[in-house]
Design a protein around this ligand. Sequence first.
Ligand SMILES: Cc1cc2nc3c(=O)[nH]c(=O)nc-3n(C[C@H](O)[C@H](O)[C@H](O)COP(=O)(O)OP(=O)(O)OC[C@H]3O[C@@H](n4cnc5c(N)ncnc54)[C@H](O)[C@@H]3O)c2cc1C
Length: 430
Amino acid sequence: MSETVKIIVVGAGAAGMLAAGRAADLGAEVVLLEKMRQVGRKIRISGKGRCNLTNTLPTGQFIKHFGKDGRFLRQSFARFFSDDLLNFLHSENLPTKVERGGRVFPESDSAVDVARTLEHWVEKQGVEIIRGARVRGLDTHEGRINGVHYDLFSEDGVQGSGGQRGNHQLQANVVMLATGGMSYPSTGSSGDGYKLAQELGHTIIKPRPSLVPLCAPGAPPEGIHRLSLRNIEGSLWIEGKLVRREFGELNFIETGLSGPIILELSRIAVDAIDAGKKLELSIDLKPALDHKKLDARLVRDLANREIKTWRQLLDGLMPRKLVPVAVSVCGVPEETHCSQINGKQRKTLLKWLKDFRFQLNGYGDFKEAIVTKGGVDTSEVNPKTLESKLIPGLYLLGELLNVDADTGGFNMMSAFSTGWVAGESAALPG
Ligand SMILES: Cc1cc2nc3c(=O)[nH]c(=O)nc-3n(C[C@H](O)[C@H](O)[C@H](O)COP(=O)(O)OP(=O)(O)OC[C@H]3O[C@@H](n4cnc5c(N)ncnc54)[C@H](O)[C@@H]3O)c2cc1C
């Protein structure tokens, strides 16, 4: 069975919902196809359930968080940026608040509220949402997009009988691909869009996990599980060269290292690991004190009559779980009296506190990655409209594109902005 609609949006995430709602708001007839039974699954789990919507940084600084590929977003941000997003959300009765580092969250601290607000708004604009509809192929006619094939899943998630190609068809003169990346595939973003875009001739820059935990031999150190280190500095060294420093929190997890510092460093580390380079992470447990000041503190502590044993001294310097590691590194039994500690042992502790080092040799998979690096080559997409330069009528938006950023609300904003601009461009061509 075939019917004609004007715009089909594939994927009801942040990008797809904004594209669909904006286009419908401008008078287009829009159908939104979502493979999952529920829309906005990734939004619901974002920001640890709080959804870091965007960031208040000015455009120039904002774009720097994407690296060099961020240039592509400049025109989208010029048309729909963080203040526009917040005005829009406020007008839909979703108040927001700004936290440390300009990170913006819903006032309710509920990512579910964000997803519900968007879903409600999309429906209010008259968009027809078809849930459980997985697009299998994009159709073209004389080089122009003219529709999609999709499978329908029944209520219990069982796939329809359409096979590879999809047993349902919809026609349209515009198709917007907003299928996201490959990270957290349980939310529905399992990389379908790469194949769909590639089939129509688009180049896909190899998708890799990003903002992802890293693996290191010896991490976590024996006996340490789920230890969080706060206010520390992590430095990433590649082939003996310092490439990036991050201050904040690091977590030891079962499989290695995670937490905000590690996620940020992973944006560089993943490609370097793939390239077979030698990577090291140096943790400075006392970044507020330089070597001289920290040594003076150790000298003072050792002379302090109230600190009797090496163990007591270490307890005052680090979380309890880390003490056995320091004991082992320094080779000094914990019951040793402070008066017996010599200069060499003190210097060993000092060096370790400033440079607790791990070799990095792997990273988590897409199931653990906050975003996907890689995707549709942006040189094949018009940055002003998000329309494909290869297939008229095809639009490519959101995380599907080869743009990704640090944590801080930047990734979500890129999806919102490209979604809004694509919706507007398609509904108001020319
Ligand atoms: C755990 C986690 C926390 C995060 N927290 C934040 C945060 O706080 N702030 C931030 O800025 N970023 C955050 N991100 C990243 C951010 O969520 C994404 O970059 C953003 O949501 C991408 O939006 P999108 O619309 O492009 O794709 P998605 O949100 O991935 O949406 C794509 C949609 O397309 C659907 N789809 C896929 N294939 C098909 C198909 N064949 N047919 C039909 N539908 C299909 C999917 O089911 C999905 O609903 C987080 C990511 C994760 C995984």
